[in-house]
Design a binder for this molecule. Structure first.
Ligand code: ZN
Length: 493
C-alpha cells in the first residue's frame, strides 16, 4: 500500500496532466493552424494554463505530501523515482511566482509569431524587442532558480537533469577540433556528389504516402498518432494515444520532408513507448531532452541514412516518385550522406551538425551571462559563424534568426541536441552488439527487433532512471563521445 500522501500527489499530478495536455494541444495548434488574429488571445490562454498548473503544483500541501513520502518511503522503485523528481521540481518551481510563469507564457506566445515574421523577412529589428524581453526573463529565471558557477547552469538543467555548463563546455571543447577535422574531410569526399543529384518534381501527396509507409514500418502507430504540416517540424506527445508529428515539404527535394518525418517519428516512438500506467507522473514521462533527441537521431541517422536503408527502400521510392527514374539506391545513400558546410542547422549533415550546436552554446552562454547583449547578437553570430564554418552569413534569416527556440524562451536547450547525438550513437552501437542480428534485420526492412530493444532499454523506464543511469544501464558505459566520433569517421572518412 502506498502512503496516502503519495496517492494525493498522484491525483494532483494527474489533474495537472489534464491541463498540461490541453495546453500542449493549444501549442500544437499554434504551430499548425492558428490564424494571426487569434494570437493575442492564445497568449492569454497559455498564460492561464501556465499559471494554473504552477499554482496547483507549488501549493503548500504538495510540499507537505512530498515530505510525508520522504519520511516513510514506499517499497516500489516507481514511487521512489516519482518522489525524487517531485522534490527536485518542487524546489525549483517554488522559487518562481505564478505571476512570473504567466508573464513568461504571455511573452513567448507573442514572441513566437513575431519571430516567424522576422525570419520570413530576414529583419532582426522585428524580433529584437521580443528577444530582449525573453533574455531579461531568462536571466531573471536563472537568478531565481539559483546556480553554483554561472547563470547558464540554472537554465541548462531545466532541459537536462544533472548537466552543468562546465562539463558541457569541456566536452564541446574536446569535440570541436575532431569535428572540424571530420567535417573538412567529409566535405572534400562529398565534393563529387552534386547538390542537385536528385533534382526533380516530387508532388507533396506522393511524399506523404512514402513518408507514412516508412514511419509505419519503423513502428509508429498511426492509430495513436498523425503527421501534419508545420514550418518548423516537431513532435508533440499530447496525451496517451495521441502523438503528433509534423514536417515541412519541398516539392523539389523529397528528402527534406522524409528525414524530418524519420527524425520526428523517432521522438514519437519514444512517446508511444512510455509506460501509460504512470501517465501524469515523472515515471510515465520522457526523462530528458537529450534522451528524447537520442531516439530521433538514432532513427533518422543511424537507421535512415545507412546504405542498408536505401537498398531496401529505393525500389519503393522509385515506384512512388517518377523523378527517381534512372537513379539508384547508391545515389540515394550518397545524397543522404552528403556533407557540406551550410548555414542552416536543421539542414546540416551529421558531420557538421554538432558544430552548429557548439556555436549556439557559446552564444547562449554569453547572452545569459551578460557578456553579450541582444542588440549585438547578429554581428556576434556572424563573426562566430565565419570562425566555425568559414562562411560569411549574408542575411539574418540564415544566421541568428533561423531557430525557433529563443522565441519560445528556450535558452539552455541546444546542448541537448549534441548530448542526444552522443547517446544515439552509443545506444545504437550497444543494440547491435547485444543483438547482432539487428544490422541484417535493418537491411531487410525489419525494424521490430531494434524497436523492441529500445522499448526495453529506454522507453519503458520513462523518467525512472536519470539520463546517466539510463545510458549506463543500457550500454554498460557512461555517456561519452567515442561511439559518435567512431560513427562519423566510419560514415565519412
Ligand atoms: Zn528532435
Amino acid at each position: 500500500m502506498s502512503h496516502p500522501s503519495y496517492e494525493k500527489l498522484v491525483e494532483r499530478c494527474r489533474e495537472i496532466a489534464l491541463y498540461q495536455s490541453t495546453a500542449s494541444l493549444l501549442g500544437w495548434d499554434q504551430e499548425t493552424c492558428l490564424p494571426k488574429a487569434g494570437q493575442a488571445y492564445r497568449a492569454e490562454q497559455c498564460a492561464f494554463f501556465g499559471g494554473k498548473m504552477h499554482r496547483l503544483f507549488t501549493a503548500p500541501e504538495v510540499g507537505g505530501w512530498i515530505a510525508d513520502c520522504e519520511a516513510s518511503p514506499g517499497e516500489a522503485a516507481v514511487e521512489a523515482a516519482n518522489v525524487r523528481d517531485w522534490r527536485w521540481s518542487y524546489e525549483r518551481a517554488t522559487r518562481l511566482s505564478a505571476e512570473f510563469v504567466e508573464e513568461t507564457e504571455r511573452v513567448r506566445a507573442i514572441a513566437m509569431p513575431a519571430w516567424g515574421e522576422a525570419r520570413e523577412r530576414s529583419e532582426f529589428s522585428l524580433f529584437r524587442p521580443h528577444l530582449e524581453k525573453i533574455v531579461g526573463i531568462e536571466r531573471q529565471r536563472a537568478e531565481l532558480l539559483g546556480y553554483v558557477d554561472e547563470p547558464y547552469d540554472a537554465l541548462l538543467e531545466s532541459y537536462e537533469r544533472g548537466a552543468t555548463t562546465a562539463a558541457v563546455g569541456e566536452l564541446f571543447a574536446q569535440l570541436k577540433p575532431q569535428l572540424v577535422e571530420i567535417g573538412a574531410a567529409a566535405a572534400a569526399r562529398s565534393a563529387d556528389v552534386p547538390a542537385d543529384l536528385l533534382a526533380g518534381d516530387y508532388p507533396i501527396a506522393d511524399q506523404q504516402v512514402f513518408n507514412r509507409q516508412v514511419a509505419a514500418a519503423f513502428g509508429f502507430d498511426f492509430e495513436a498518432g498523425r503527421i501534419d504540416t508545420a514550418a518548423h517540424p516537431f513532435c508533440s506527445g499530447l496525451a496517451p494515444g495521441d502523438t503528433r508529428l509534423t514536417t515541412r515539404y519541398d516539392e523539389g527535394d523529397f528528402c527534406s520532408s522524409l528525414y524530418g518525418v524519420l527524425h520526428e517519428a523517432g521522438h514519437g516512438l519514444y512517446e508511444q513507448g512510455l509506460p501509460a500506467a504512470h501517465y501524469g507522473t515523472p515515471a510515465g514521462a520522457a526523462v530528458s531532452l537529450g534522451i528524447h533527441e537520442s531516439q530521433s537521431r538514432l532513427w533518422e541517422n543511424h537507421v535512415g541514412r545507412g546504405a542498408a536503408f536505401w537498398e531496401h527502400w529505393f525500389p519503393r521510392a522509385e515506384r512512388q516518385f517518377e523523378a527517381l527514374q534512372g537513379r539508384s539506391a547508391k545515389d540515394l545513400a550518397a545524397f543522404a550522406g552528403r556533407s557540406a558546410p551550410s548555414f542552416i542547422r536543421v539542414e546540416a549533415d551529421e558531420a557538421s551538425y554538432d558544430l552548429h550546436i557548439i556555436l549556439r552554446f557559446e552564444v547562449e552562454r554569453a547572452l545569459v551571462g551578460g557578456a553579450l547583449e541582444v542588440a549585438d547578437l547578429p554581428d556576434y553570430w556572424n563573426a562566430k559563424f565565419e570562425e566555425f564554418f568559414g562562411l560569411r552569413v549574408g542575411r539574418d534569416a540564415d544566421g541568428c534568426l533561423q531557430d525557433i527556440h529563443w522565441s519560445m524562451g528556450a535558452l539552455g536547450y541546444f546542448p541537448t541536441y549534441t548530448l542526444g547525438n552522443l547517446a544515439a550513437a552509443q545506444l545504437f552501437s550497444a543494440a547491435c552488439e547485444q543483438r547482432p542480428e539487428i544490422p541484417d534485420e535493418l537491411a531487410a526492412g525489419h525494424y521490430a527487433g531494434l524497436l523492441e530493444w529500445l522499448r526495453e532499454k529506454v522507453h519503458r523506464h520513462g523518467g525512472q532512471l536519470l539520463p546517466p543511469q539510463l545510458i549506463e544501464a543500457a550500454t554498460g558505459q557512461p555517456l561519452s563521445a567515442d561511439a559518435h566520433l567512431a560513427h562519423l569517421r566510419r560514415r565519412y572518412l
